[in-house]
Design a protein around this ligand. Sequence first.
Ligand SMILES: NC(=O)c1ccc[n+]([C@@H]2O[C@H](COP(=O)([O-])OP(=O)(O)OC[C@H]3O[C@@H](n4cnc5c(N)ncnc54)[C@H](O)[C@@H]3O)[C@@H](O)[C@H]2O)c1
Length: 323
Amino acid sequence: MKVLVTGGAGYIGSTVSNYFIDRGHEVTIIDNLSTGSIKNLPKKAIFYKNDISNIKAMNKIFIKKKFDIVFHFAALINNEESIKFPKKYYVNNYKKAKVFFDCCIDNNINKFIFSSTAGVYGNRNKKVNENDKLQPMSPYPKSKLKLEKYLIKKKDKVRCVILRYFNVAGSDKKLRCGFNIRKGYNLILNLCAATLKNKTFIINGNDYKTPDGTTIRDYIHVEDLAQIHLLIANLILKKRVFKIFNCGYGNGFSVKEILQKFILISKNKINFKIGKRRNSDIVISIANSQKLVREIKWKPKYNNLNYLLKSSLNWYKKNINLK
Ligand SMILES: NC(=O)c1ccc[n+]([C@@H]2O[C@H](COP(=O)([O-])OP(=O)(O)OC[C@H]3O[C@@H](n4cnc5c(N)ncnc54)[C@H](O)[C@@H]3O)[C@@H](O)[C@H]2O)c1
């Protein structure tokens, strides 16, 4: 199939692009490189350095090339930053994306997979399923929910699957691409920095209502996410569908559990201290992913915390000395 990938110079977009190219599909990437890296781009992908809202450039591409499906990854994803600069997130993740989707639809491209986030659920004390109430707590997930709603309104015109990713980790098996070790800001990245650069790891709050007081997340390996994209793309190409799926394993790990596991796998000491809670941090975020298992027969391959942490660490090690 011919796939148009927005945000394909970023962590997940580049990994999914490689996964598709490895299986003989043609991938074209649009990215403005605001947070992505040119080093992530698969060699065989066609690349245009464009903002998704640059309609003139997009129309030119659509005249030249035909696409079977679009994967929309392009977004700003830093929750803390979104609290400081809410408008930036509203404009980039919602307004610009809306312009982009309208342009696709005007060019008769109407098959989409949209990367949304588990953040749309807000705080829950249980595994969430796709029909649960949506209560995003900060501008980043709010911008994603706004785009979900826009796509739902287009239901009659498009075939679309909205994927709500939980916490994505790990890297491409061949270490060709991965998370941005300089611009990233998540727990696993911070642990890699703590173990390899001797930085102090901060636990953001240890007084939450969880068994060990730290927040709990569901981590999914990025290659399992890539496989989900292939299963979903095949479904969309075959059938008229509009669906929403959670993407997670249904297991929650606390920050302290991840820290302990990380010390074991890295065989290194990690200096850590307890810091303040972060603004709008979700306490427990775990997927009920039964719908994905039931409806697309998803069988995760990498549901293994050791593997997930090792593959993140390997990517970090490979890139630590790159300028
Ligand atoms: N990483 C996670 O754990 C996670 C969890 C839930 C959802 N998601 C979603 O997955 C998607 C990909 O996330 P990621 O971790 O790969 O992030 P990333 O920052 O690595 O990649 C995003 C890419 O989009 C590009 N981009 C941003 N705005 C753009 C624009 N206006 N025009 C063109 N390109 C633009 C950036 O340059 C970057 O290459 C995002 O939509 C994010 O909301 C990620």
